[in-house]
Design a binder for this molecule. Structure first.
Ligand SMILES: Nc1ncnc2c1ncn2[C@@H]1O[C@H](COP(=O)(O)OP(=O)(O)OP(=O)(O)O)[C@@H](O)[C@H]1O
Length: 452
Protein backbone atom coordinates (compact mmCIF):
# COMPACT_ATOMS: atom_id res chain seq x y z
CA UNK A 1 0.00 0.00 0.00
CA UNK A 2 1.26 3.48 -0.84
CA UNK A 3 1.92 5.63 2.22
CA UNK A 4 -0.61 8.47 2.59
CA UNK A 5 1.03 11.88 1.96
CA UNK A 6 1.17 13.86 5.19
CA UNK A 7 -1.38 16.65 5.12
CA UNK A 8 0.40 19.96 5.56
CA UNK A 9 -0.90 22.53 8.05
CA UNK A 10 -1.87 25.46 5.85
CA UNK A 11 -1.21 28.94 7.24
CA UNK A 12 -2.11 32.18 5.49
CA UNK A 13 -0.24 35.28 6.61
CA UNK A 14 -1.92 38.57 5.66
CA UNK A 15 0.57 41.39 6.16
CA UNK A 16 1.05 44.55 4.12
CA UNK A 17 4.58 45.18 5.32
CA UNK A 18 6.30 42.90 2.80
CA UNK A 19 9.54 42.61 4.72
CA UNK A 20 7.76 41.72 7.96
CA UNK A 21 5.44 39.31 6.17
CA UNK A 22 8.37 37.51 4.59
CA UNK A 23 10.07 37.34 7.94
CA UNK A 24 7.03 35.62 9.47
CA UNK A 25 6.67 33.35 6.44
CA UNK A 26 10.31 32.34 6.57
CA UNK A 27 10.16 31.75 10.31
CA UNK A 28 7.04 29.59 10.20
CA UNK A 29 8.32 27.65 7.19
CA UNK A 30 11.11 26.27 9.37
CA UNK A 31 8.55 23.68 10.40
CA UNK A 32 8.39 21.30 7.41
CA UNK A 33 4.79 20.42 8.28
CA UNK A 34 3.66 23.98 7.65
CA UNK A 35 2.74 25.42 4.27
CA UNK A 36 2.81 29.19 4.60
CA UNK A 37 1.26 31.54 2.02
CA UNK A 38 1.76 35.29 2.21
CA UNK A 39 -0.83 37.88 1.10
CA UNK A 40 -0.18 41.62 1.12
CA UNK A 41 -3.80 42.71 1.49
CA UNK A 42 -7.28 41.47 2.28
CA UNK A 43 -8.14 41.66 -1.40
CA UNK A 44 -5.16 39.54 -2.37
CA UNK A 45 -6.11 36.93 0.22
CA UNK A 46 -9.73 36.61 -0.87
CA UNK A 47 -8.86 36.43 -4.56
CA UNK A 48 -5.76 34.27 -4.17
CA UNK A 49 -6.63 31.65 -1.58
CA UNK A 50 -7.65 28.37 -3.22
CA UNK A 51 -8.37 26.06 -0.32
CA UNK A 52 -9.61 26.74 3.18
CA UNK A 53 -6.44 27.34 5.27
CA UNK A 54 -6.03 25.80 8.74
CA UNK A 55 -5.02 29.10 10.30
CA UNK A 56 -4.82 32.76 9.29
CA UNK A 57 -2.73 35.50 10.84
CA UNK A 58 -3.74 39.05 10.06
CA UNK A 59 -2.18 42.42 10.53
CA UNK A 60 -4.96 44.41 12.14
CA UNK A 61 -4.25 47.59 10.18
CA UNK A 62 -4.16 46.83 6.49
CA UNK A 63 -4.50 49.61 3.94
CA UNK A 64 -7.46 48.14 2.04
CA UNK A 65 -9.70 46.77 4.76
CA UNK A 66 -10.11 47.43 8.47
CA UNK A 67 -9.19 44.66 10.90
CA UNK A 68 -12.82 44.28 12.05
CA UNK A 69 -14.14 43.96 8.52
CA UNK A 70 -11.47 41.46 7.63
CA UNK A 71 -12.26 39.33 10.69
CA UNK A 72 -15.98 39.45 9.89
CA UNK A 73 -15.44 38.47 6.29
CA UNK A 74 -13.15 35.57 7.18
CA UNK A 75 -15.69 34.32 9.75
CA UNK A 76 -18.41 34.47 7.09
CA UNK A 77 -16.40 32.65 4.46
CA UNK A 78 -14.74 30.12 6.73
CA UNK A 79 -16.75 29.68 9.92
CA UNK A 80 -14.62 28.40 12.81
CA UNK A 81 -11.30 29.17 11.13
CA UNK A 82 -8.73 30.18 13.78
CA UNK A 83 -7.44 33.73 13.24
CA UNK A 84 -4.51 35.24 15.11
CA UNK A 85 -4.35 39.02 15.11
CA UNK A 86 -0.93 40.66 15.03
CA UNK A 87 -0.75 44.35 15.61
CA UNK A 88 0.98 47.26 17.22
CA UNK A 89 -0.53 47.39 20.70
CA UNK A 90 -2.11 50.82 20.39
CA UNK A 91 -4.08 49.73 17.35
CA UNK A 92 -5.73 46.76 18.99
CA UNK A 93 -9.24 47.40 20.23
CA UNK A 94 -10.51 45.61 23.27
CA UNK A 95 -9.87 41.93 23.18
CA UNK A 96 -13.55 41.25 23.77
CA UNK A 97 -14.37 42.95 20.48
CA UNK A 98 -11.77 40.91 18.63
CA UNK A 99 -13.11 37.71 20.12
CA UNK A 100 -16.63 38.58 19.12
CA UNK A 101 -15.33 38.91 15.61
CA UNK A 102 -13.73 35.49 15.68
CA UNK A 103 -10.08 36.06 16.64
CA UNK A 104 -8.63 33.38 18.89
CA UNK A 105 -5.48 35.17 19.97
CA UNK A 106 -3.70 38.45 19.51
CA UNK A 107 -0.02 39.21 19.48
CA UNK A 108 1.63 42.52 19.94
CA UNK A 109 4.40 43.40 17.48
CA UNK A 110 7.62 43.42 19.45
CA UNK A 111 10.91 41.57 19.51
CA UNK A 112 9.16 38.41 20.75
CA UNK A 113 6.48 38.24 18.04
CA UNK A 114 8.10 35.53 15.95
CA UNK A 115 8.59 33.23 18.91
CA UNK A 116 5.09 33.99 20.25
CA UNK A 117 3.60 33.27 16.85
CA UNK A 118 5.54 30.04 16.50
CA UNK A 119 4.19 28.86 19.84
CA UNK A 120 0.66 30.13 19.22
CA UNK A 121 0.54 28.20 15.94
CA UNK A 122 1.82 25.09 17.67
CA UNK A 123 -0.99 25.33 20.25
CA UNK A 124 -3.65 25.82 17.54
CA UNK A 125 -2.32 22.82 15.69
CA UNK A 126 -2.19 20.66 18.81
CA UNK A 127 -5.74 21.64 19.69
CA UNK A 128 -6.90 20.94 16.14
CA UNK A 129 -5.32 17.48 16.39
CA UNK A 130 -6.98 16.91 19.76
CA UNK A 131 -10.35 17.69 18.25
CA UNK A 132 -9.98 15.10 15.48
CA UNK A 133 -11.86 13.25 14.19
CA UNK A 134 -14.53 15.74 13.29
CA UNK A 135 -17.12 13.21 14.32
CA UNK A 136 -16.08 13.50 18.00
CA UNK A 137 -19.01 14.43 20.22
CA UNK A 138 -19.75 18.12 20.00
CA UNK A 139 -18.85 20.26 22.96
CA UNK A 140 -21.90 20.88 25.12
CA UNK A 141 -22.93 24.49 24.81
CA UNK A 142 -21.61 26.37 27.81
CA UNK A 143 -25.00 27.70 28.78
CA UNK A 144 -26.23 29.24 31.96
CA UNK A 145 -27.74 25.91 33.04
CA UNK A 146 -24.38 24.24 32.93
CA UNK A 147 -22.84 26.90 35.15
CA UNK A 148 -25.72 27.07 37.57
CA UNK A 149 -24.98 23.60 38.92
CA UNK A 150 -21.70 25.04 40.17
CA UNK A 151 -22.58 28.66 40.83
CA UNK A 152 -25.92 29.38 42.41
CA UNK A 153 -27.89 32.52 41.55
CA UNK A 154 -30.46 33.84 39.11
CA UNK A 155 -29.98 37.61 39.45
CA UNK A 156 -29.44 39.60 36.25
CA UNK A 157 -25.96 40.47 37.53
CA UNK A 158 -24.85 36.81 37.79
CA UNK A 159 -26.58 35.95 34.52
CA UNK A 160 -24.37 38.50 32.79
CA UNK A 161 -21.38 36.75 34.34
CA UNK A 162 -22.65 33.40 33.04
CA UNK A 163 -22.89 34.90 29.53
CA UNK A 164 -19.28 36.00 29.68
CA UNK A 165 -18.22 32.62 31.08
CA UNK A 166 -19.93 30.88 28.18
CA UNK A 167 -18.05 33.07 25.75
CA UNK A 168 -14.78 32.42 27.54
CA UNK A 169 -15.39 28.66 27.55
CA UNK A 170 -15.79 28.63 23.78
CA UNK A 171 -12.52 30.43 23.06
CA UNK A 172 -8.95 29.52 23.98
CA UNK A 173 -7.87 33.00 25.12
CA UNK A 174 -6.72 34.06 28.55
CA UNK A 175 -9.38 35.28 30.95
CA UNK A 176 -9.12 37.83 33.75
CA UNK A 177 -11.65 37.94 36.58
CA UNK A 178 -12.15 40.95 38.75
CA UNK A 179 -14.19 40.78 41.92
CA UNK A 180 -14.09 41.47 45.63
CA UNK A 181 -12.87 38.80 48.00
CA UNK A 182 -15.16 35.79 48.34
CA UNK A 183 -17.29 36.55 45.27
CA UNK A 184 -16.57 33.16 43.68
CA UNK A 185 -13.66 33.94 41.35
CA UNK A 186 -12.18 30.47 41.68
CA UNK A 187 -15.56 28.86 40.97
CA UNK A 188 -15.89 30.99 37.84
CA UNK A 189 -12.44 29.91 36.67
CA UNK A 190 -13.31 26.28 37.34
CA UNK A 191 -16.66 26.62 35.56
CA UNK A 192 -14.95 27.99 32.44
CA UNK A 193 -12.46 25.13 32.49
CA UNK A 194 -15.17 22.49 32.88
CA UNK A 195 -17.06 23.84 29.87
CA UNK A 196 -14.04 24.36 27.65
CA UNK A 197 -12.28 21.99 25.29
CA UNK A 198 -9.65 21.56 27.97
CA UNK A 199 -12.03 19.99 30.45
CA UNK A 200 -10.26 16.64 30.27
CA UNK A 201 -7.01 18.35 31.25
CA UNK A 202 -6.10 19.51 34.75
CA UNK A 203 -7.46 22.59 36.54
CA UNK A 204 -4.79 23.98 38.84
CA UNK A 205 -5.48 26.90 41.19
CA UNK A 206 -2.80 28.96 42.95
CA UNK A 207 -3.30 31.88 45.30
CA UNK A 208 -0.32 34.16 44.78
CA UNK A 209 -0.93 36.00 48.06
CA UNK A 210 -0.52 32.79 50.04
CA UNK A 211 2.99 31.96 48.80
CA UNK A 212 6.00 33.53 50.51
CA UNK A 213 7.78 35.72 47.96
CA UNK A 214 10.99 33.67 47.91
CA UNK A 215 9.05 30.56 46.89
CA UNK A 216 6.85 32.04 44.15
CA UNK A 217 9.20 31.31 41.27
CA UNK A 218 9.72 27.65 42.11
CA UNK A 219 6.04 27.20 42.95
CA UNK A 220 5.05 28.46 39.49
CA UNK A 221 7.85 27.08 37.38
CA UNK A 222 9.29 24.26 39.49
CA UNK A 223 12.97 23.65 40.16
CA UNK A 224 15.69 21.12 39.55
CA UNK A 225 17.48 19.30 42.32
CA UNK A 226 20.13 21.53 43.88
CA UNK A 227 18.83 24.70 42.18
CA UNK A 228 19.13 26.47 45.54
CA UNK A 229 19.76 25.57 49.16
CA UNK A 230 16.92 23.34 50.24
CA UNK A 231 16.03 22.13 46.74
CA UNK A 232 16.58 18.50 47.63
CA UNK A 233 14.74 17.06 44.66
CA UNK A 234 13.11 18.09 41.40
CA UNK A 235 9.83 19.95 41.83
CA UNK A 236 7.18 20.28 39.14
CA UNK A 237 5.72 23.79 39.09
CA UNK A 238 2.09 24.78 38.69
CA UNK A 239 2.51 25.71 35.02
CA UNK A 240 3.76 22.25 34.17
CA UNK A 241 1.10 20.64 36.34
CA UNK A 242 -1.56 22.55 34.42
CA UNK A 243 -0.19 21.63 30.98
CA UNK A 244 -3.02 20.83 28.50
CA UNK A 245 -5.43 22.33 31.03
CA UNK A 246 -6.17 25.58 32.85
CA UNK A 247 -4.03 27.46 35.37
CA UNK A 248 -5.90 29.80 37.72
CA UNK A 249 -3.66 32.45 39.29
CA UNK A 250 -5.55 34.23 42.04
CA UNK A 251 -4.38 37.59 43.44
CA UNK A 252 -2.20 38.25 40.39
CA UNK A 253 -1.75 41.85 41.52
CA UNK A 254 0.60 40.58 44.27
CA UNK A 255 3.40 39.49 41.91
CA UNK A 256 6.82 41.07 42.36
CA UNK A 257 8.40 42.87 39.37
CA UNK A 258 10.87 40.00 38.86
CA UNK A 259 8.12 37.39 38.66
CA UNK A 260 6.02 39.68 36.46
CA UNK A 261 8.74 39.80 33.84
CA UNK A 262 9.35 36.06 34.03
CA UNK A 263 5.64 35.39 33.67
CA UNK A 264 5.43 37.71 30.68
CA UNK A 265 8.26 35.88 28.96
CA UNK A 266 6.70 32.50 29.60
CA UNK A 267 3.34 33.67 28.24
CA UNK A 268 4.95 35.11 25.13
CA UNK A 269 7.15 32.14 24.42
CA UNK A 270 4.73 29.46 25.65
CA UNK A 271 7.61 27.59 27.06
CA UNK A 272 9.52 27.70 30.33
CA UNK A 273 12.50 26.37 32.21
CA UNK A 274 12.46 25.05 35.76
CA UNK A 275 14.57 27.10 38.18
CA UNK A 276 18.12 25.81 37.79
CA UNK A 277 17.18 23.79 34.70
CA UNK A 278 18.22 24.02 31.06
CA UNK A 279 15.46 22.09 29.33
CA UNK A 280 12.78 24.16 27.66
CA UNK A 281 9.36 22.80 28.49
CA UNK A 282 6.59 23.52 26.00
CA UNK A 283 3.39 24.81 27.51
CA UNK A 284 -0.18 24.58 26.33
CA UNK A 285 -1.96 26.21 29.23
CA UNK A 286 -4.97 28.50 29.34
CA UNK A 287 -4.34 31.16 31.94
CA UNK A 288 -7.17 32.53 34.05
CA UNK A 289 -6.14 35.28 36.44
CA UNK A 290 -8.04 37.02 39.18
CA UNK A 291 -7.62 40.02 41.38
CA UNK A 292 -9.69 42.16 43.70
CA UNK A 293 -7.49 45.13 42.78
CA UNK A 294 -7.97 47.58 39.97
CA UNK A 295 -5.07 46.39 37.80
CA UNK A 296 -5.36 49.30 35.39
CA UNK A 297 -4.71 51.59 38.36
CA UNK A 298 -1.73 49.46 39.40
CA UNK A 299 -0.39 49.89 35.86
CA UNK A 300 -0.70 53.65 36.06
CA UNK A 301 0.96 53.63 39.50
CA UNK A 302 3.82 51.65 37.94
CA UNK A 303 3.43 48.61 40.21
CA UNK A 304 2.14 46.30 37.46
CA UNK A 305 3.70 45.96 34.01
CA UNK A 306 1.56 47.30 31.22
CA UNK A 307 2.67 44.65 28.70
CA UNK A 308 1.82 41.87 31.14
CA UNK A 309 -1.52 43.51 31.86
CA UNK A 310 -2.38 43.42 28.15
CA UNK A 311 -1.18 39.86 27.85
CA UNK A 312 -3.25 38.48 30.71
CA UNK A 313 -6.33 40.66 30.35
CA UNK A 314 -7.75 38.53 27.50
CA UNK A 315 -11.46 38.31 28.08
CA UNK A 316 -12.28 40.32 31.18
CA UNK A 317 -15.07 39.07 33.48
CA UNK A 318 -16.41 41.19 36.30
CA UNK A 319 -17.91 39.31 39.21
CA UNK A 320 -20.39 41.55 41.07
CA UNK A 321 -20.30 41.75 44.88
CA UNK A 322 -23.03 39.79 46.65
CA UNK A 323 -24.83 42.97 47.76
CA UNK A 324 -25.55 43.72 44.09
CA UNK A 325 -27.09 40.30 43.46
CA UNK A 326 -30.37 41.01 45.35
CA UNK A 327 -32.46 37.84 45.20
CA UNK A 328 -29.39 35.58 45.05
CA UNK A 329 -28.73 36.13 48.76
CA UNK A 330 -31.70 33.98 49.74
CA UNK A 331 -31.11 31.46 46.94
CA UNK A 332 -27.51 31.00 48.10
CA UNK A 333 -28.48 30.92 51.78
CA UNK A 334 -30.99 28.13 51.12
CA UNK A 335 -28.43 26.24 49.07
CA UNK A 336 -25.79 26.43 51.83
CA UNK A 337 -28.31 25.59 54.54
CA UNK A 338 -29.34 22.44 52.74
CA UNK A 339 -25.73 21.46 52.13
CA UNK A 340 -24.67 22.00 55.75
CA UNK A 341 -27.71 20.17 57.19
CA UNK A 342 -26.69 17.27 55.00
CA UNK A 343 -23.05 17.51 56.00
CA UNK A 344 -23.81 17.68 59.75
CA UNK A 345 -26.52 15.03 59.42
CA UNK A 346 -29.30 17.26 60.71
CA UNK A 347 -32.91 17.25 59.50
CA UNK A 348 -33.59 19.96 56.87
CA UNK A 349 -33.97 23.46 58.32
CA UNK A 350 -36.18 26.23 57.00
CA UNK A 351 -35.15 29.85 56.66
CA UNK A 352 -37.81 31.89 58.47
CA UNK A 353 -39.12 35.02 56.72
CA UNK A 354 -37.55 37.22 59.40
CA UNK A 355 -34.20 35.46 58.92
CA UNK A 356 -34.44 36.04 55.16
CA UNK A 357 -35.13 39.73 55.79
CA UNK A 358 -32.06 39.94 58.07
CA UNK A 359 -29.90 38.25 55.44
CA UNK A 360 -31.02 40.58 52.66
CA UNK A 361 -30.45 43.70 54.79
CA UNK A 362 -26.76 42.95 55.41
CA UNK A 363 -24.04 44.16 53.03
CA UNK A 364 -21.50 41.28 53.07
CA UNK A 365 -18.00 42.72 52.92
CA UNK A 366 -16.82 39.08 52.70
CA UNK A 367 -19.38 38.27 49.98
CA UNK A 368 -20.49 34.67 49.30
CA UNK A 369 -17.78 33.21 51.53
CA UNK A 370 -19.12 35.24 54.46
CA UNK A 371 -22.71 34.21 53.76
CA UNK A 372 -21.60 30.58 53.62
CA UNK A 373 -19.85 30.84 57.01
CA UNK A 374 -22.90 32.51 58.59
CA UNK A 375 -25.15 29.70 57.34
CA UNK A 376 -22.76 27.01 58.49
CA UNK A 377 -22.78 28.39 62.01
CA UNK A 378 -26.57 28.79 61.95
CA UNK A 379 -27.02 25.19 60.80
CA UNK A 380 -24.74 23.92 63.56
CA UNK A 381 -26.22 26.05 66.34
CA UNK A 382 -29.91 25.77 65.53
CA UNK A 383 -31.95 23.42 67.67
CA UNK A 384 -35.35 24.06 66.18
CA UNK A 385 -36.78 23.31 62.75
CA UNK A 386 -36.08 26.76 61.32
CA UNK A 387 -33.40 29.42 61.28
CA UNK A 388 -34.39 32.57 63.15
CA UNK A 389 -32.69 35.98 63.00
CA UNK A 390 -30.83 35.30 66.29
CA UNK A 391 -29.16 32.28 64.69
CA UNK A 392 -27.51 34.49 62.07
CA UNK A 393 -24.30 35.90 63.48
CA UNK A 394 -22.48 38.43 61.35
CA UNK A 395 -18.95 39.34 62.38
CA UNK A 396 -18.74 43.11 62.58
CA UNK A 397 -15.70 44.41 60.70
CA UNK A 398 -12.85 45.20 63.10
CA UNK A 399 -12.36 48.93 63.18
CA UNK A 400 -8.98 50.12 64.35
CA UNK A 401 -10.67 52.60 66.69
CA UNK A 402 -12.59 49.84 68.48
CA UNK A 403 -9.53 47.66 68.47
CA UNK A 404 -7.38 50.28 70.13
CA UNK A 405 -10.06 51.37 72.58
CA UNK A 406 -9.93 47.90 74.10
CA UNK A 407 -6.79 49.10 75.95
CA UNK A 408 -4.82 45.87 75.95
CA UNK A 409 -1.18 45.38 76.74
CA UNK A 410 1.21 45.36 73.80
CA UNK A 411 1.66 41.60 74.23
CA UNK A 412 -2.11 41.09 74.08
CA UNK A 413 -2.37 43.20 70.96
CA UNK A 414 0.44 41.16 69.40
CA UNK A 415 -1.40 37.94 70.20
CA UNK A 416 -4.67 39.24 68.75
CA UNK A 417 -2.96 40.37 65.55
CA UNK A 418 -1.08 37.11 65.10
CA UNK A 419 -4.16 34.99 65.84
CA UNK A 420 -6.07 37.02 63.24
CA UNK A 421 -3.38 36.43 60.61
CA UNK A 422 -3.03 32.73 61.43
CA UNK A 423 -6.76 32.32 60.75
CA UNK A 424 -6.71 34.50 57.67
CA UNK A 425 -3.72 32.79 56.04
CA UNK A 426 -4.40 29.22 57.16
CA UNK A 427 -1.43 29.11 59.58
CA UNK A 428 1.06 29.96 56.82
CA UNK A 429 3.76 31.23 59.19
CA UNK A 430 6.38 32.27 56.58
CA UNK A 431 3.79 34.38 54.77
CA UNK A 432 2.48 35.97 57.96
CA UNK A 433 6.00 36.75 59.15
CA UNK A 434 6.62 38.50 55.84
CA UNK A 435 3.34 40.43 55.93
CA UNK A 436 3.89 41.61 59.50
CA UNK A 437 7.61 42.22 59.08
CA UNK A 438 8.56 40.06 62.07
CA UNK A 439 10.64 36.93 62.45
CA UNK A 440 9.06 33.53 61.96
CA UNK A 441 10.50 32.40 65.28
CA UNK A 442 8.42 35.03 67.12
CA UNK A 443 5.28 33.45 65.72
CA UNK A 444 6.43 29.87 66.25
CA UNK A 445 7.29 30.69 69.84
CA UNK A 446 3.84 32.17 70.56
CA UNK A 447 2.22 29.12 69.00
CA UNK A 448 4.46 26.72 70.95
CA UNK A 449 3.73 28.53 74.22
CA UNK A 450 0.01 28.20 73.49
CA UNK A 451 -0.41 31.97 73.54
CA UNK A 452 -2.20 32.17 70.20
N1 LIG B 1 -22.41 31.51 43.20
C1 LIG B 1 -21.96 30.64 44.12
N2 LIG B 1 -22.66 29.51 44.36
C2 LIG B 1 -22.23 28.64 45.31
N3 LIG B 1 -21.14 28.80 46.05
C3 LIG B 1 -20.41 29.90 45.85
C4 LIG B 1 -20.78 30.88 44.86
N4 LIG B 1 -19.86 31.84 44.86
C5 LIG B 1 -18.94 31.52 45.79
N5 LIG B 1 -19.28 30.36 46.40
C6 LIG B 1 -18.54 29.72 47.51
O1 LIG B 1 -17.99 30.78 48.28
C7 LIG B 1 -16.64 30.48 48.68
C8 LIG B 1 -15.71 31.53 48.11
O2 LIG B 1 -15.62 31.35 46.70
P1 LIG B 1 -14.24 31.49 45.90
O3 LIG B 1 -13.11 30.91 46.70
O4 LIG B 1 -14.46 31.02 44.53
O5 LIG B 1 -14.12 33.08 45.96
P2 LIG B 1 -12.90 34.00 45.48
O6 LIG B 1 -13.50 35.22 44.90
O7 LIG B 1 -11.98 33.20 44.63
O8 LIG B 1 -12.21 34.34 46.88
P3 LIG B 1 -10.80 35.11 47.11
O9 LIG B 1 -11.01 36.54 46.74
O10 LIG B 1 -10.57 34.95 48.58
O11 LIG B 1 -9.78 34.42 46.28
C9 LIG B 1 -16.36 29.08 48.18
O12 LIG B 1 -16.61 28.18 49.22
C10 LIG B 1 -17.34 28.89 47.04
O13 LIG B 1 -17.66 27.54 46.88
Amino acid sequence: MKPQPIQKFRISVIEDDLWYGQLLQYHLSQNPDYEVALYASGKEFFSGVRERPDLVTIDFSLPDISGDQLLRKIAQLYPGLPVIVISAQSKIGTVVELLKLGAIDYLVKDEHTRQSLWNAVRVVRENAALNQPAAAPALAPADAHGFSTLLKGNSPAIQRTFDMMARAAQTPVNVSINGETGTGKELVANGIHLHSERRKGPFVAVNMAAIPSELVESELFGHEKGAFTGAIGRKIGKFEEANQGTLFLDEIGELSPVIQSKLLRVLQEREMQRVGGNDKIKLNVRLVTATHKNLAEEVSKGTFREDLYFRIMGLPIVLPPLRERGPDIVVLAQHFLEAFCHEYQKPPLLLSAAAQAKLVAYDYPGNVRELKTVLELAAVLSNGHEIRPVDLLFTPPTKSKDFLSEEKTLREYTRTIIRYHLDKYSNNVPLIAEKLGIGRSTIYKLVQDGEV
